[in-house]
Design a protein around this ligand. Structure first.
Ligand code: GRG
Length: 288
């Protein structure tokens, strides 16, 4: 049912593996640390980039550096998020976190190197030579949504929210910055790779908004073990309860579907994007 996800994931995995190689012996160690964390994951953000680029007329090959860019940012954020000074998690993507495997300093540096490489992947791509304005736009999008106006701001607020009870309104802002911002960046990178018009970018951003909200709610549902006492203060389930979280996730998916229907009306092929929403629903129902 989700074979297109597996196919795109394989393409991104191969491209990341080809991208992250040492060009001289000085780079061996840091490349090893980067590859350890960056060659894993579901690749949902990279898939969004590739598929929106394709929908608006750009080949997978041309769009791949943009997908690599967003996946490098994703990998860096998870390495840093796992550090003892942040969420302090020993396991990530089914294996020991970067700082457990290589020590805290090396994990910090692997994250830094992936963060900075995201911008090299885009700016050194063939697309940047042919369409420099698309690459510049993509870099502006990625730095805005991943930085202090997006994911990093969300992380700062999230750390605070882990310590004290937060209002529903504040939690919604935190999740939109911490999680939805990078998902918006992913879809907008696909638009930028294809040089899509602003009107289309706005519709696609609406899709990402519903997708991102649902994604975080479902992540919180999957983390919930049925015990509200031990549930994290900054979890959607803790603030709203399990039943409402499920209902709100369904509503957010419906909002994303509505955004797609606007693209349908304009004649674009959107089947894969409905498929990705079905994947989120299947995740919520623990079917994938
Ligand atoms: C450290 C600057 C900085 C930011 C960290 C993304 C983030 C901010 C923290 C990660 C912690 C977390 C659980 C965030 C919510 C978003 C989320 C569920 C990320 C995990 O995304 P998946 O499930 O991961 O797509 P994979 O491994 O598939 O890439």
């Amino acid at each position: 049912m989700f074979s297109f996800i597996d196919k795109d994931k394989r393409l991104i995995d191969e491209a990341m593996s080809t991208e992250l190689v040492a060009s001289c012996s000085n780079e061996d160690e840091i490349i090893k640390f980067m590859r350890y964390s960056a060659l894993e994951g579901k690749r949902l953000r990279g898939i969004l980039t590739l598929e929106f680029a394709k929908t608006f007329g750009c080949s997978y090959g041309e769009a791949m550096p943009y997908a690599i860019g967003v996946e490098c940012i994703q990998a860096y954020s998870l390495i840093h998020d796992d550090l003892p000074c942040m969420d302090d998690d020993d396991m990530r993507r089914g294996k020991p976190s970067s700082h457990i495997a290589f020590g805290e300093a090396n994990a910090l540096l692997a994250g830094d190197a992936l963060l900075t490489h995201a911008f090299s992947a885009i700016s050194e791509s063939p697309s940047a030579i042919e369409h420099p304005e698309r690459a510049v736009k993509a870099i502006a999008i990625l730095s805005k949504f991943a930085g202090y106006r997006g994911m990093v701001a969300g992380q700062v607020m999230d750390l605070e929210a882990a310590e004290k009870v937060v209002s529903a309104e504040k939690l919604s802002v935190i999740h939109s910055l911490k999680t939805t911002a990078l998902i918006k960046a992913a879809v907008l990178l696909g638009c930028a790779a294809a040089g899509a018009e602003d009107e289309l970018c706005a519709l696609v951003e609406n899709y990402a908004d519903g997708f991102g909200r649902a994604f975080q709610m479902i992540d919180d549902l999957l983390d919930f073990n049925g015990d509200y006492e031990s549930c994290e203060l900054n979890s959607y389930v803790k603030v709203h309860g399990e039943e409402k979280t499920r209902a709100d996730a369904q509503k957010a998916i419906a909002d994303a579907r509505f955004a797609l229907s606007e693209l349908d009306k304009r004649g674009y092929s959107t089947e894969v994007f409905y498929g990705l929403l079905d994947f989120l629903t299947a995740r919520m129902e623990k079917k994938v």
